[in-house]
Ligand binder design. Structure first.
Ligand SMILES: Cc1cc2nc3c(=O)[nH]c(=O)nc-3n(C[C@H](O)[C@H](O)[C@H](O)COP(=O)(O)O)c2cc1C
Length: 213
């Protein structure tokens, strides 16, 4: 049995209540990169969203305190690399695991660049080259609007997501049957076994994500 907890909306919503609500959002995990040459860094995000298809434009929300924001603002370009389920280690590096900073986070994976753009991850589900179109600084974060200059797709079908404070894998082939049950709800709400596989995570990473968001 589940116990619902009603949050009183007449008072100010606490950070904890808000975080609790946001844990229910399933987020695709991407790495945003910025900079050129050795002056590069990047961060793990779930805040990528399509803004418009014509012209191809997306938005990201990045912390003003992150090391990525200054480079993104200085160079005016960024990369959005949508991770597949095998790239958990990359997600952790770019979330700052082990205290890795800047160019150190890029080690162990292959990157390419389309000058004057930021590094793009070879093997990402999609690697999207963006030019900063506009920024909206609000509270602790900056909403960055990026015009898409180019992209590269891979043939993989597994995605890395973040949900309820942990990384999960979604695989189109393995989860095909269960996904079909979810996506074709002919009568009412489908009851199903979740078609996602929790991935091992470090408690530190979860704590970091919750603290930073
Ligand atoms: C799954 C996940 C999603 C995250 N999403 C965002 C995000 O959308 N925006 C953001 O500012 N930080 C997000 N973070 C936190 C950043 O990855 C983290 O603060 C950043 O890498 C720290 O970088 P820095 O050491 O360069 O400042 C997320 C972390 C995780 C683990």
């Amino acid at each position: 049995m589940t116990t619902d907890r009603i949050v009183d909306l007449t008072r100010e919503v606490s950070s904890d209540d808000f975080r609790g609500a946001m844990r229910h959002l399933v987020g695709a995990v991407s790495v945003v990169t910025a900079g050129r040459g050795d002056d590069i860094t990047g961060m793990t995000v779930t805040s990528v969203s399509s803004l418009s298809v014509d012209p191809p434009t997306l938005i990201i929300s990045v912390s003003r305190a992150s090391s990525t924001w200054p480079l993104l603002r200085r160079y005016g370009h960024f990369g959005v690399n949508i991770l597949n389920a095998d790239q958990l280690d990359i997600a952790e590096r770019f979330a700052g695991k082990g205290g890795l900073k800047g160019a150190e986070r890029f080690a162990g994976a292959q990157w390419t660049t389309r000058p004057p753009g930021a590094p793009l991850l070879i093997g990402a589900l999609a690697a999207i080259d963006c030019e900063v179109e506009d920024v909206i600084e609000r509270h602790s974060h900056v909403i960055v609007i990026g015009g898409v200059c180019g992209l590269k797709l891979s043939g993989r079908s597994s995605a890395l997501a973040y949900w309820q404070g942990q990384y999960v894998a979604i695989d189109l082939d393995e989860d095909m049957v269960r996904l079909a049950k979810v996506s074709v709800p002919s009568t009412g709400i489908a009851t199903h076994t979740p078609a996602i596989t929790p991935l091992p995570r470090s408690a530190a990473m979860t704590a970091l994500a919750e603290r930073e968001r």
